[in-house]
Every structure is written in C-alpha cells, then in structure tokens.
Design a protein around this ligand. Structure first.
Ligand SMILES: N[C@@H](CCC(=O)N[C@@H](CS)C(=O)NCC(=O)O)C(=O)O
Length: 209
C-alpha cells in the first residue's frame, strides 16, 4: 500500500487528518505539485487525472478520490468511526459530507484557483488546462460566505456537523475553512458557533496533519 500525498495541498490533507484520527500510518510518497511532477509519465501511469491524493493497494487497485480512500480505511479499521455507525447515522454523515464539499470545498477551490496568479490556466485540477475566470473567483467568495453562515447555523444546533461525534464531514469543513484562508477569506466574527467548532477541531492533534 502506498499513499501519494502533497504536504501543502488541501485534498490530501483531508486523508492525512482521517488517518491521524484513526492512528493509521501508511508508506507515503510526496508528489511535487509545485514543479509539475504530477504531469510526468511516472505519476500519470498511476493516476491519469494527475491529482492527489492517491492510494495504491497491494491488490493492484488504485484509489484516486478522497472519499474512496477514506471509505477503504473506515472499512478495514472501523474504530474510531468517522463515517457513521448505523444506517441512519451513515446517511446523515454522507449528507453533510456532500453538502460541505458542494457548498464549501468547491467554492473555496473556485475562489482560490481563479484568482491566484501562480494558477493561471490552472483554474481546475486535472490534466486539462482551463483559463481563470475572475467572475468565478468572485462567486466562490460569495458562496463561501453563504457556506460559513450555513455552517454556523448548523453548529448552533449540533456539537459537530453530523451530530455528537467528529466525522469526515468535520474534516471536509475544517479543510475548507483553512483552505479559504489561503484566499484570505475568513468567517465573520458574527459566526460564534463556527468559531467555537473551528477552535475545537483545530486543537485536535490530527489538525497538524
Ligand atoms: N479527485 C480528487 C481531486 C483532488 C484534487 O483536486 N487535488 C488537488 C490538490 S488539492 C490536485 O491534485 N491538484 C493538482 C493540480 O492543481 O494540478 C479528489 O477529490 O479526491
């Protein structure tokens, strides 16, 4: 088994936090995204999508998606449960995870990638170059503020996003809040519930992953 990581990128960080929470360590290879190692023939042969994270299994299976990788580790080592315990709980975690990705993580990606000078023509990850669209950066910022408001509302009613326990949905939102800060977008001080939750998740040892 081998984990292809990039220590400065938010997507593989979500897997690193997940692994840290479970206390799992995996042989890891750093992929140098800054210098385009992911476009080279060696990495393309592993993941033609030219993205990290990737997990290669001894069976030959290659997992190239954050959630697929987390699912694999959840199944081989269920404790601590990060993707729900019973059918209802699992469905609730899935629902919030997808909301965090759709409304938060992808909005942060639009805001960051469409406005960062070093990402010209790299407005989307993957093997195809796309021009930056400043309007998408602006829309990403607006959507992130809406996401923060929704998160604050949810966290006013619930200790963690999917209920009483820290889950993969918290990891997605935590990575989103930290990623958004790269684009200098931070939740407003009026979002006290979000601030309480962000301080709590950031204090977990896994946050350093
Ligand atoms: N399919 C992947 C996409 C992950 C992704 O977007 N990774 C980024 C790093 S955060 C990447 O590899 N970017 C390469 C690039 O920007 O060219 C997933 O969601 O698991």
């Amino acid at each position: 088994m081998r984990f292809y990581d990039c220590s400065t990128a938010p997507s593989p960080r979500r897997v690193r936090i997940f692994l840290a929470e479970k206390g799992i360590s995996v042989p890891t290879v750093q992929v140098d995204l800054r210098n385009g190692e992911h476009f080279g023939a060696a990495f393309r042969a592993i993941n033609p999508d030219c993205t990290v994270p990737v997990l290669t299994l001894d069976s030959g299976t290659i997992l190239t998606d954050i959630v697929g990788i987390c699912r694999y580790f959840e199944e081989i080592q269920p404790d601590p449960r990060l993707m729900g315990a019973d059918p209802e709980d699992k469905a609730v975690v899935d629902m919030w995870l997808r909301w965090c990705d759709r409304e938060g993580f992808y909005a942060a990606m639009d805001a960051f990638r469409n406005a960062t000078p070093g990402m010209k023509q790299r407005a989307l990850p993957g093997p195809v170059n796309y021009e930056q669209l400043p309007a998408l950066a602006e829309r990403g910022r607006a959507r992130l503020n809406h996401f923060f408001a929704g998160l604050d509302q949810r966290l006013g009613a619930s200790e963690f996003i999917a209920g009483l326990r820290y889950t993969v949905a918290d990891i997605a939102a935590q990575a989103t809040v930290d990623f958004a800060a790269w684009a200098k977008i931070r939740p407003g001080t009026e979002f006290a519930n979000l601030a309480r939750w962000h301080a709590a998740v950031s204090a977990r040892p896994s946050a350093k992953a």
